[in-house]
Design a protein around this ligand. Structure first.
Ligand SMILES: Cc1ncc(COP(=O)(O)O)c(C=O)c1O
Length: 361
C-alpha cells in the first residue's frame, strides 16, 4: 500500500507579496516554502504518519543517533516551470532509485519509489505558487532521511524520519554563465572502494569541506578529487560529476566504480551525446592524461554537471605544479550546446522525446 500524503495546510503561509519579494531574488538555499512532507519509520511498524505539514523545525532528542553518528542521506532535485505554465520534475525516479541505494548503504530503511515521488509531488503541488517563472530559476527539492532514535549504541536506528522540503532557487550564475577554476587536491580524498562515495550521504559532504577550503585558499571555485587508493584517477567534484570533450568527438566521463555519485545529470548527458555528434565514453581517466590532453590541445573542453548548476564550464585546472587553462578559459561550444539542450528539455522548450519530464498535475 502506498503512503498517503494528506495535506495539513499551514495556517500562516506567506502572503503573495512576501512570496513575490522572495522570488524576485531567491538566491540558493536561503528561503523555504510553506509546507514539507514528512513520514516516520519504526522497525516495528515500517513507514507511517506520512503527511504534508507546515514547514517548521523538528523536535529532536539530544541523543538522536543522527547527531552523533551521522546516519543521514539526502537527495537534490528540481521542479521546473514549463513553457506552457505547468510544472514538471525531471527524471524523479532516478532520484528515488538513488535514495534507495543510499539508504541501503547507510543502513536506513528503504522508501518505495512511488512514495518518494508522491511525497515530492505533494510538496510541489501544495506550494506550486513557489515555482519561479523566471529563466533558469526553479524550485529546489530536498528529500532526506535521518536516524531520529534516541539511542547511543552504534547500530542502525530503529526510528527514522523522512522529510522533503522545497526552496526556490535563482539562476546559479546570477551574472551569466561563468567558467570556473578547479583545484585538484592531492591532500584529501573523498571516497574509496567499499566506502560511501556512491551514496548521497551527509558525511561525504562534511568530509569535503576542508578540501573546498583548500581550493579557495588557492583561489579556485571548486575542488576535484582523485581516487582514494592511487590518487591517480579523476573522480568528481564535491557536488558535481566531470566530463571531458576531445578532438576525436569523444565525451568522456569517469566510469562508476562505486566511489563516484551516479549523477542524474551525468546520465542524461551520456544519453544526449549522440544528438550532438559525440561518442559517450565511460572509462578511467588519469589526472595526468587529462592535464596532458589539455596541454596538447586534444582535450578541448572540460565541464562539471549536476542538478544545481546544470552544466558548468571549467576554465582551468590547477595543481601544485601549475595551471592548465582549458580552451582559452572560455565556455566551449559543446559545453554550451549540451547545456542549452538539457535546459530546453527541463523547461519544456524542446520536445521531451525521452519521456524525462514528470508533470506535477
Ligand atoms: C558528489 C556529487 N556528485 C555529483 C552530483 C550530481 O548529481 P545530479 O546530477 O544527480 O545532481 C552531485 C549532486 O547531487 C553530488 O553531490
Amino acid at each position: 500500500m502506498s503512503l498517503p500524503f494528506e495535506i495539513r495546510r499551514n495556517p500562516n503561509p506567506r502572503n503573495d507579496a512576501e512570496r513575490e519579494a522572495i522570488l524576485a531574488n531567491p538566491g540558493f538555499g536561503l528561503h523555504f516554502t510553506d509546507h514539507m512532507a514528512v513520514a516516520s519509520w519504526t522497525a516495528a511498524d515500517g513507514w507511517h504518519e506520512s503527511a504534508v505539514v507546515p514547514y517548521g523545525p523538528f523536535m529532536l532528542d539530544p541523543a538522536a543517533a543522527v547527531l552523533h553518528y551521522g546516519q543521514e542521506i539526502f537527495e537534490g532535485m528540481k521542479a521546473y516551470r514549463q513553457a506552457d505554465g505547468g510544472v514538471a520534475l525531471f527524471r524523479p525516479e532516478k532520484n528515488a532509485e538513488r535514495f534507495q541505494r543510499s539508504a541501503a548503504r547507510i543502513a536506513l530503511p528503504s522508501l518505495d519509489i512511488a512514495d518518494f515521488i508522491s511525497s515530492v509531488e505533494a510538496v510541489v503541488n501544495v506550494d506550486r505558487a513557489w515555482v519561479p517563472n523566471l529563466a533558469e530559476q526553479s524550485l529546489y527539492l530536498r528529500p532526506f532521511m535521518f536516524a531520529s532514535e534516541a539511542f547511543l549504541g552504534v547500530r542502525p536506528a530503529k526510528f527514522v524520519t523522512y522529510c522533503c522540503f522545497a526552496s526556490p532557487a535563482g539562476a546559479y550564475f546570477a551574472s551569466g554563465l561563468k567558467p570556473i577554476n578547479i583545484w585538484i587536491t592531492t591532500t584529501y580524498t573523498r571516497a574509496s572502494r567499499g566506502g560511501t562515495g556512491a551514496a548521497k550521504f551527509g558525511g561525504n559532504y562534511a568530509a569535503s569541506l576542508i578540501a573546498q577550503q583548500e581550493a579557495a585558499y588557492h583561489g579556485c571555485d571548486q575542488v576535484m578529487f582523485a581516487d582514494g587508493a592511487e590518487r591517480t584517477w579523476v573522480e568528481e567534484l564535491g557536488g558535481m560529476n566531470v566530463y571531458l570533450v576531445t578532438t576525436d568527438a569523444e565525451l568522456i566521463t569517469p566510469e562508476l566504480t562505486g566511489t563516484i555519485l551516479e549523477g542524474v545529470t551525468r546520465d542524461s548527458i551520456l544519453d544526449l551525446a549522440a544528438d550532438h555528434g559525440l561518442v559517450p565514453v565511460e572509462r578511467r581517466i588519469s589526472i595526468q592524461e587529462m592535464l596532458d590532453g589539455i596541454a596538447a590541445g586534444t582535450v578541448t573542453e572540460v565541464f562539471a554537471c549536476g542538478t544545481a548548476a546544470v552544466i558548468t564550464p571549467i576554465a582551468s585546472l590547477q595543481t601544485e605544479h601549475g595551471t592548465f587553462t582549458v580552451g582559452g578559459g572560455e565556455t566551449g561550444e559543446v559545453t554550451a550546446a549540451l547545456r542549452s539542450a538539457l535546459l530546453d528539455i527541463q523547461y519544456g522548450r524542446a520536445e521531451d522525446t525521452r519521456g524525462w519530464l514528470h508533470p506535477v498535475l
